[in-house]
Design a protein around this ligand. Structure first.
Ligand code: UTP
Length: 280
């Protein structure tokens, strides 16, 4: 059973300036719920209860969110407003939350390595909360857990992107072992369309095996001078140990303004208006 999930939330979120000048991008709400809460709920629904965060300066609102707010709760006790806190209370009551800081933003690979102290030596989930995933039925992270149980190796979520957008993602190619499931043999971080091995892009959901930490330690900075998780994953892929899954569900790139607005409209129309407890 995978119990731990890592949330790298140290990035600056520069695409959302000035909103992210003093507020973490992961606390930006999609309708009335912060992005990071959607991510933690997805991990919880995939059976994980130990939530581990790699934070940075200016991110204190995240630990505060996953804590009791006595004054506020006393103030609204006995009113309808209490209902809005049911979801977050459920997480607080059933999960643990631990934090460590990434002192310098040296890339996602480096952020994951910084989380080693919270994770230890068992397979773990990784959620990039700025990718919002909405699935009917089994959540996207839970779909990856099922594949990890079957293949016993690292699993990444992928989706087809327009060929002119490959430069925004890690892009894979591999052997399709059954519809939508690939054994990865190539991975390139942010390739130009001409050098992309396919249009199958890695999105922000992973199950990683703990040997990844030693591999990252030996991985030199890559694209943009950052330690790229894609480069470390390529090392595992060379040994045949990475499975990629075309997940079922929708994914919104909430790290970009367009994706954020799209997610907001989708959640408002499809969740909030149809079931007013859906976003609590
Ligand atoms: P992004 O590059 O999308 O996030 O990193 P960012 O840097 O915050 O955003 P922009 O480009 O400036 O707008 C993907 C994820 O990896 C985390 C980010 O927090 C985000 O969830 N990350 C990235 C870290 O935790 N540390 C890093 O050094 C880099």
């Amino acid at each position: 059973m995978i119990k731990k999930c890592l949330f790298p939330v140290a990035g600056y979120g520069t695409r959302f300036l000035p909103a992210t000048k003093s507020m973490p991008k992961e606390m930006m709400p999609i309708v009335n719920k912060p992005l990071v809460q959607y991510g933690v709920e997805e991990a919880f629904n995939a059976g994980m209860t130990d939530m581990a965060f790699v934070t940075g300066r200016g991110k204190r609102a995240i630990p505060d969110h996953f804590d009791i707010s006595y004054e506020l709760e006393a103030q609204i006790a006995g009113t309808d407003k209490e209902n809005h806190l049911i979801g977050i209370r459920n997480l607080i009551d059933n999960c643990t939350f631990t934090y460590t800081r990434q002192m310098q933003m040296k890339g996602l690979g480096h952020a994951i390595l910084t989380g080693e102290t919270l994770i230890g030596d068992r397979p773990f989930g990784v959620v990039l909360a700025d990718d919002l995933c909405i699935a009917k039925g089994q959540s996207v992270l839970s779909q990856l857990v099922s594949l990890h149980e079957e293949f016993r190796c690292t699993v990444v979520a992928i989706e087809e992107v327009p060929p002119d957008e490959t430069h925004k993602y890690g892009v894979i190619s591999g052997q399709e072992v059954r519809p939508g499931v690939y054994r990865v043999d190539t991975m390139i971080e942010k390739p130009a369309p001409a050098e992309a091995p396919s249009n199958l892009a890695i999105i922000g959901r992973y199950i990683l095996t703990p040997d990844i930490f030693d591999i990252i330690r030996k991985t030199p900075p890559g694209r943009n001078g950052e330690v790229q998780i894609t480069d470390a994953l390529m090392e595992q892929a060379r040994a045949g140990n990475v499975i990629a899954c075309k997940f079922s569900g929708k994914r919104f790139d909430c790290g970009s303004v367009d994706g954020f607005v799209e997610a907001t409209n989708y959640c408002y129309e499809n969740l909030y208006l149809t079931d007013d407890s859906a976003l609590d």
